[in-house]
Ligand binder design. Structure first.
Ligand code: HPA
Ligand code: ZN
Length: 317
């Protein structure tokens, strides 16, 4: 099925083998001796327990070529999974905080995306995420570093540790991002309460919500999402691996789809959560009696919820 992916952290697409190879090349010491040990460490109890490993894993990335190789590897998975359009996120602060230049990160990432566009027609947009556990000032500085690249960046998002870091902490920097013409996205309602989704909508004025599954707890919010067709980029395997749901059968994605909320399926951090986009669809098909019509609706939503132009949407739909 042709589809788009809208919620993908590029640092979350590093394979254990690549992590190992880059660690050796760049003389980074990892607390694992084998690829199997890396995979065995991927047992998470919540978002933070994952993020601790995710930032450690990202520390092996150092050169422009490293960012190219990481992104190229993900683009090949897009080709394999029939993803025609992808909107990938990158977290510059993960790298600038440890002395890697913003330009190194973005130029390697973009070079791979452009190659994939040229070689097999992959359509893409780039999203820059602020790390919400860091300060507003750090986000402001990151936005400044991004401005020379504004033509290449479509949207600004917000990720990392959600609890205790509400969207309101970043109200001013997102106002500036909006004024610069960026689309706005935020992780909200993954672990955090429905109020964080309201804040993302009312204070950050988001065009789309990453996750948003806890919206379900607030009927007025559900009504608002339906009325305004604000898309949710849902990540089923991620939600189970981070213990948002005990198992996939308990996931609310089909409930929300049935309510006419614009939900989409995404992989989030595929190498950490046990699957790329097709794996997420297959897991849903195993856990639910997913009909062909539901699968098509989810794929259709992935294009309508994307930031491609209306003209390009017509081409895909
Ligand atoms: N939530 C918050 N931050 C993240 C995630 C996520 O699912 N993946 C990578 N950074
Ligand atoms: Zn995410």
């Amino acid at each position: 099925m042709p589809k788009a992916e809208l919620h993908l952290h590029i640092d979350g697409a590093i394979s254990p083998q690549m992590m190992f190879d880059l660690a050796e090349k760049n003389s980074v010491i990892l607390p694992y001796k084998t690829v199997e040990e890396v995979e065995a460490a991927y047992e998470f109890s919540d978002l933070q327990s994952f993020l601790d490993l995710y930032y450690q894993g990202a520390s092996v990335l150092q050169t422009e070529q490293d960012f190219y190789d990481l992104t190229w590897d993900y683009c090949l998975h897009c080709q394999a999974d029939n993803i025609l359009h992808t909107e990938i996120s990158f977290d510059p602060q993960t790298h600038t905080e440890r002395g890697i230049a913003f330009d190194t990160v973005i130029s390697g990432t973009l070079r791979a995306l452009k190659d994939a566009e040229q070689k097999f027609g992959l359509s893409y947009k780039l999203m820059l995420n602020f790390l919400r556990h860091l300060s507003e000032e750090s986000a402001q500085q990151t936005l400044q570093s991004a401005l020379p690249w504004a033509e290449q960046i479509t949207s600004i998002g917000l990720d990392s540790s959600e609890l205790d870091h509400p969207p309101r902490k970043f109200e001013r920097v997102f106002a500036k991002a909006r004024a610069e013409g960026f689309k706005i996205v935020a992780h909200a309602g993954e672990e955090g309460p429905p109020d964080y989704i309201w804040q993302a909508i009312q204070l950050l004025k988001v065009d789309r919500i990453d996750h948003g599954v806890r919206a379900d707890e607030d009927p007025a919010l559900v009504e608002y999402l339906i009325q305004h067709q604000i898309p949710l980029t849902v990540c089923p395997l991620s939600n189970v691996r981070l213990c948002v749901y005990e198992n996939l059968q308990q996931h609310n994605i089909f409930k929300m789809l049935g309510q006419n909320i614009r939900v989409t399926v995404n992989s989030d951090d595929p190498t950490y959560f046990g699957g790329y986009l097709n794996d997420n669809f297959f897991a849903l098909a195993d856990a639910f009696p997913m009909t062909q019509l539901q699968a098509i609706q989810l794929a259709h939503n992935s294009f309508t919820a994307s930031f491609i132009s209306d003209q390009q949407k017509q081409f895909f739909l």
